[in-house]
Ligand binder design. Structure first.
Ligand code: F0G
Length: 486
């Protein structure tokens, strides 16, 4: 962020564009057709049918010239590839971990951790689950316990660390289940499903102290660690003068194991598990060739390993660590200026719109966040992601698990979008907010049993003043206010 002469803050791009991709701009009628075809599930849209893909910041970040150059120097070998050793060196330098196990992405690391550490009947406390984390730990017979602070569910908050774990709840959980039922405590940096909210270093230190007291390991999911470190530097007293590299190292020093999706902070497409404990490495290493690939590639192409090695180092550059966070802060402040209910304070991953406050006439089981994501797509061609009840699977007995938060996430991939994209999205969402009563709910057409949000299909339903064909009526009003090809 840079201060302008009129006092405003500007997220200044510290890069220039070298390669571009031409984007399609489908008409509102084409967008309506596409979302219907996709069963009102933005995961099932094709990118040719959209303008801005804000589904995720995972694997969609612009890579640096140094990353691309490194990938061309990759050493293709099934075993012993030099590319892997470059990544392991980067892990040692940046995270301070001597042992690295490659995995093709974050959930593959979660799979191996679950297989090695989670037993039926185990309870795993965490600041917040991620969808794939919960799926793997539950499949292994464990129960995930989210023990974030109550403030984390307040979408209009001034709390700077809504990703903190509630220490009192942790103590109660340990007293209730006993430390031997808790294989580890998991901290997600930043808590994705809470709206990319960071934890503070002070909180992580408290978690570590409790873990030491009961001899429970700590696992930090470092998929978004650079973003969390940047927010610690900007927000936590005592860290203003510390470098991102120092903060990342301090976070990792508090963990027994880290794992990550390399698709986010490191702007590459891979994953890893790292530790400074040889016994943990030795426990997990045999599973890597079974599920991922040999120990020196783990399901990744050597080109990606090279670019991840560079990405791990580059994310310690304050600009790289903060480029998404700063643009998200701008995005959130522009949405808030228009009166749109958006998760505050701004965090990582993207801007998160509060669908319960945007659509107060819908209840959780009419899937407000899913409906809002579809409506945003119809009137803008911007693809966001439902992060609410649709993203929660039913309980084993079939009961719906209602999400505390109903969010539409508009992700901001690193260095991919510009200010004009953000301004366009803000404008169309503000128009939609004026017409929010026209948006109805959604109901299942086809509901998968596991991770239903990926492949499930839904249909529009009437709610409040909105008719059952609200999608079509919304498109008609849009054409009236704009034009056919906007
Ligand atoms: N942990 C966190 C915090 C994540 O955000 C993700 C993925 C994963 C683990 C799983 O990693 O996708 O490489 O297997 N988040 C993506 C998202 C999918 O869109 O937020 P993966």
């Amino acid at each position: 962020m840079i201060k302008l002469s009129d006092g405003r803050s500007l997220p200044l791009d510290m890069h220039k564009v070298k390669t571009v991709q031409r984007l399609p701009f489908p008409t509102v009628e084409q967008r309506l057709g596409a979302i219907r075809e996709a069963g009102f599930n933005t995961f099932l849209l094709r990118t040719r049918d959209m303008f801005l893909d804000m589904l995720t910041d995972s694997g969609t970040n612009a890579q640096s010239d140094a990353q691309l150059a490194a990938s061309m120097e990759s050493d293709d070998a099934y075993a012993g590839s030099e590319s892997f050793y470059k990544m392991a060196d980067a892990v040692r330098d940046v995270f301070g971990c001597d042992y690295t196990l490659p995995a093709h992405q974050g959930r593959a690391a979660e799979h191996i951790i679950a297989k090695c550490l989670v037993k039926p009947g185990d309870v795993i406390p965490m600041n917040q689950h991620f969808t794939t984390t919960k799926a793997h730990f539950t499949l292994a017979g464990g129960t995930v316990e989210e023990i974030c602070t109550d403030e984390a569910y307040n979408t209009d908050s001034s709390c700077l660390f809504k990703g903190n774990l509630d220490i009192e709840k942790l103590k109660k959980l340990i007293a209730k289940h006993g430390a031997d039922k808790i294989p580890f405590i998991r901290m997600e940096s930043t808590a994705n499903l809470l709206g990319g909210q960071p934890f503070s270093m002070a909180n992580l230190k408290e978690v570590r102290a409790i873990a030491d007291q009961y001899d429970i390991p700590v696992i930090v999911d470092t998929s978004l660690v650079a973003d969390n470190a940047y927010m610690i530097k900007r927000r936590e007293p005592g860290y203003e003068q510390r470098t991102i590299a120092e903060i990342i190292k301090e976070i990792v020093s508090m963990a027994d194991i880290i794992y990550m999706s390399g698709r986010k902070s490191t702007t590459s497409r891979g994953g890893l598990i790292a530790t400074h404990k040889k016994e943990i490495h030795d426990l997990m290493a045999p599973l890597v060739p079974v599920y991922e690939g040999f120990l020196t590639y783990g399901g990744m192409s050597t080109r990606e390993i090279e670019s991840m090695a560079v990405g791990i180092r580059e994310m310690t550059d304050e600009y790289c660590a903060g480029c998404a966070v700063d643009l998200i802060e701008y995005f959130v402040s522009r949405l808030a200026e228009k009166g749109i209910p958006v998760v505050k304070p701004a965090g990582g991953v993207g801007a998160h719109i509060d669908a319960m406050r945007f659509l107060p006439h819908l209840d959780h089981l009419q899937y407000p966040a899913g409906a809002l994501a579809a409506a945003i797509f119809i009137c803008s061609g911007v693809r966001g992601m439902e992060r609410g009840t649709v993203s929660m699977d039913r309980d084993i007995d079939g009961t719906e698990l209602v999400s505390e938060l109903e969010l539409v996430r508009l992700a901001v991939p690193r260095r991919a979008f510009t200010m004009s994209h953000i301004e366009y999205a803000v404008d169309r969402i503000a128009w939609l907010y004026e017409h929010r009563e026209m948006i109805g709910g959604l109901a299942w057409d086809d509901e998968p049993k596991i991770l239903r949000f990926f492949l499930g299909r839904l249909k529009p339903i009437a709610a409040g003043k909105a008719a059952a064909n609200w999608d079509e009526e919304l498109a008609q009003v849009f054409i009236r206010d704009f034009s056919l090809d906007m």
